[in-house]
Design a protein around this ligand. Structure first.
Ligand code: PRT
Ligand code: ZN
Length: 226
């Protein structure tokens, strides 16, 4: 239909750690989102842009399946989803439009405070709780280390205390969560920030024109905040 040809559709996180920074960035670029966060689809009034509010985990797939033109997501989620989709035989194509200057965090291995640590080889044969089994496996395989993934999508940091795992591999920002749970960070396996990605296909000319208008504004706003 007409809107799908002429309005640039961007998927952003509905509610979470990337939402405020994304909305602030858009606002500073003159992209005015008036609808509240409860609306799945928000029409930008002053520009031909539609904003789709979804869970961050769904964003890479929406771009790779060509359901939206652009998406903003953490590189951690992007990489993990890509590896999962390869295994599932699903499309994994996308283009990086630009890296963004927020959402910084690292995916780290942490172990109980009192445990000894000599290096990643200590993880051989261990149970490791994580939301990111593919990123963890990629890193540990490089070093020839075998482990048993324990998949948790939340409360990963309580797994060792609950007797579910020997170690965890989770996102860390300040380290306060690890500390509060008696864990210590011993190795960083991936560094992440938010990224703007687009579908791996040329946009319709009307949409390309919107992209060409927005990209310099995004770069300008980020440069001003450095
Ligand atoms: O509901 P939805 O699925 O959309 O959200 P979500 O709960 O899966 O994701 P959310 O909002 O927690 O995170 C979105 C993205 O923000 C992540 O994929 C990362 O790219 C990025 N990000 C940046 C972080 C953090 N910083 C972060 N600190 N994501 C998670 N955390 C967690 C961390 O795992 C720990 O449990 O925040 C907690 C506090 O961290 P500390 O170290 O500061 O204590
Ligand atoms: Zn999520």
């Amino acid at each position: 239909n007409d809107a799908s040809r002429s309005r640039l559709r961007i998927a952003i996180q509905k509610s979470g750690r990337l939402t405020d920074d994304t909305e602030k960035l858009f606002k500073n670029c003159g992209i005015k989102i008036n609808e509240s966060r409860d609306h799945l689809l928000a029409h930008v009034e002053n520009l031909p842009i539609d904003i789709l509010r979804v869970r961050d985990d769904d964003i890479p797939g929406l771009v790779m399946d060509h359901v939206v033109d652009w998406g903003i997501v953490g590189q951690n989620v992007l990489e993990e989803t890509m590896m999962q989709r390869k295994v599932d035989g699903m499309p994994t194509g996308f283009r990086e439009v630009m890296k963004l200057n927020y959402g910084d965090c690292r995916l780290s291995v942490a172990i109980p405070q009192e445990k000894e640590w000599h290096g990643l080889a200590d993880l051989e044969g261990c149970k490791i709780a994580t939301t990111y089994p593919f990123l963890l496996k990629r890193k540990l395989s490089e070093q020839g280390i075998n482990f048993k993934p324990v998949l948790l999508t939340g409360s990963v940091e309580v797994a060792p205390r609950a007797g579910l795992a020997d170690a965890i591999c989770d996102l860390v920002c300040t380290g306060a969560t690890l500390q509060a749970n008696g864990l210590r960070e011993v190795d960083t396996i991936y560094e992440s920030k938010a990224v703007l990605i687009g579908r791996d296909q040329d946009l319709f000319p009307e949409k390309q024109a919107i992209a060409d208008l927005i990209i310099p504004r995004l770069k300008g706003v980020m440069a001003a905040r450095e």
